[in-house]
Ligand binder design. Structure first.
Ligand code: P6P
Length: 334
């Protein structure tokens, strides 16, 4: 494949689809540059003062790792001055982060999980950054949390970076899903896969089976059938993968298919699963649907959910269309 930079790709997409105005292109390039900086910080590991905990907690009551805080700061500082944003929201911050008055306010709002998969940081397993882009409501002067509460169908762009054996950036602005690999010698993002597609069928599933005793009946039924393999109702054997970094599991699914699940369970009825809607489920659902897959909360399309709180959680079933449709149908039977 001819080596095309992220900038050239974005400009060509704008010419072809008129979907990436200059401010959105600036936003994407600034986020991509911030992901390079995060990749560099993550890559230092024990050689930099970046491992271990930050001795603080985030809004979710989770102990923050040093790299959670560092990554959050990198994204805030990279995006504040450009004039392309009205406000930001992050898994690591309780309330929204309006652009400081000393900078011009733009028409976009950026949401992110700055470093997803934190439990894997200290054991050198792939982690990543997830981001989602919404438009600010017309005429908005002072951003409030309410302005962020838009369904996932309103995203104008979404993507993630994976800090793994390669550092990759996967991105969609509504015209397919495209993958860039970081050329560490040049410090540039190079287009390495156009138009990623998720096969409708798969033999690979992804779920934390240590929670199986807590699952609701439709999930228990679905997983039991996969585990019965060739001799069971599915008539074929399946394989299981669970990285415990959503970005790594989703990247595998975008690359070779599969179904990823983080269901609600019986432990905390008022906590519908672990993953957050606004900056984990929605951006990943946008990408998965753009790649021909499906993404539901077990009942309906994740992208159709009307958010009520910035940090709300949602059950997630996403990936190969036929599998997501099957497990969703099992929920309807209940
Ligand atoms: P568990 C990482 O902490 C995360 O938010 C997702 O990236 C990942 O899929 C999930 O939680 C892992 O959860 O319960 O298996 O540790």
């Amino acid at each position: 494949m001819k080596r095309i930079s992220l900038t050239q790709h974005l400009i060509e997409q704008q010419r072809e689809h008129n979907s990436i105005p200059a401010e959105l292109r600036l936003l994407i390039e600034v986020v991509a540059r911030a992901c390079k900086t995060i990749s560099h910080a993550v890559g230092k590991g024990a050689l930099g003062d970046v491992l271990g905990t930050a001795h603080s907690e985030n809004i979710q009551g989770e102990v923050q790792k040093k790299l959670d805080v560092i990554s959050n700061e990198i994204l805030l500082e990279a995006n504040e001055w450009g004039g392309h944003l009205a406000a930001m929201a992050s898994e690591e911050m309780e309330s929204i982060h309006p652009i400081p008055n000393r900078y011009p306010m733009g028409e976009y709002m950026l949401l992110f999980d700055p470093l997803d998969g934190s439990s894997n940081i200290d054991v050198n397993v792939s982690i990543g950054t997830i981001f989602s882009v919404l438009k600010a409501p017309e005429g908005m002067r002072t951003p409030h949390e309410q302005d962020f509460l838009q369904p996932g169908t309103r995203q104008v762009a979404a993507g993630y970076a994976v800090y793994g054996p390669q550092t990759v950036l996967v991105l969609s602005t509504g015209n397919g899903v495209h993958c860039f690999t970081l050329d560490r010698e040049m410090g540039s993002w190079v287009l390495t896969q156009r138009d990623m597609k998720i096969p409708a069928q798969t033999k690979e599933y992804s779920i934390n089976t240590s929670n199986s005793r807590h699952w609701h009946a439709p999930v228990k039924r679905y997983i039991a059938e996969l585990e019965e393999g060739q001799g069971g109702p599915r008539g074929k054997d399946f394989n299981m993968r669970w990285v415990a970094s959503m970005v790594a599991d989703v990247h595998r699914i975008l690359t070779r298919g599969g179904i990823f699940m983080y269901p609600a369970d019986t432990r905390e009825p008022d906590k519908p699963g672990k993953l957050r809607l606004m900056y984990e489920a929605n951006p990943m659902a946008f990408l998965v649907e753009q790649a021909g897959g499906a993404a539901t909360d077990g009942r309906g399309r994740i992208l159709d959910i009307q958010p009520v709180k910035l940090h709300q959680r949602v059950p997630v079933f996403l990936g190969s269309k036929e599998e997501v449709e099957r497990v969703t149908a099992y929920h309807a039977d209940n």
